[in-house]
Ligand binder design. Structure first.
Ligand code: S3P
Length: 185
């Protein structure tokens, strides 16, 4: 008989900005009765600043260092549901660290759907630049393309473009269930 130690496995949700990682992660954690970590929120709490302020005051490389350190820290934790930022697992080192203990699910979504969701939100420094709408969209599309390769390295994907949130939650829980051999959630 195989004994599955579910406590060793985190469920990690990643994917581009606007795919719903935080919302879905929180609901999955509730359903699985696990603690939930939203990496962006944790970074904001620890720094005492919003992500946009961190970018503005210290620059993006500093934020990426914070993300990398947090990946290191979380790779030693068990039994969590974690939502990453959109760029967190792009560096291979972070991806390797997190893969050690976690089932990583990448949420995919059509570019146009994502743009509708994020264009007018104010809290994302990579979207809220000083440029006009067209230029902002072009930069967003470029970033989307540049992330494809990194996301492609993740074995599990879920297209959430036209899937209602409860369905996404259900599918993520089913994946976790299969992976960890848990009873129905
Ligand atoms: C980023 C995505 C953001 C946040 C930061 C950088 C990115 O998180 O981590 O603004 O590089 O894609 P969300 O994906 O939750 O918006």
């Amino acid at each position: 008989m195989t004994v599955l130690d579910i406590s060793l496995n985190n469920v990690v949700l990643t994917g581009f900005m606007g795919t719903g990682k935080s919302t879905i992660g929180r609901l999955v954690a509730e359903k699985m009765d696990r603690d939930f970590i939203d990496m962006d929120n944790l970074i904001e709490t620890r720094e005492g600043k919003m992500i946009s302020e961190i970018f503005a005051e210290h620059g993006e490389p500093y934020f990426r260092q914070l993300e990398a350190r947090l990946c290191q820290e979380l790779s030693a934790k068990k039994g969590l549901v974690i939502s990453t930022g959109g760029g967190t697992l792009v560096p291979e080192k972070n991806m390797r660290l997190i893969s050690r203990t976690s089932l990583i699910i990448c949420l995919d979504c059509d570019l146009e759907v994502l743009w509708q969701r994020v264009a007018h939100r104010q809290h994302r420094p990579l979207v809220q630049t000083d440029s006009g709408e067209d230029e902002r969209y072009n930069k967003f599309a470029e970033l989307f393309e540049s992330r494809r390769e990194a996301y492609r390295r993740i074995p599990l994907h879920l297209d959430v473009s036209y899937l209602p949130i409860p369905k996404v939650v259900e599918r993520v829980c089913t994946c976790a269930q299969r992976q960890f051999g848990m009873s129905n959630l």
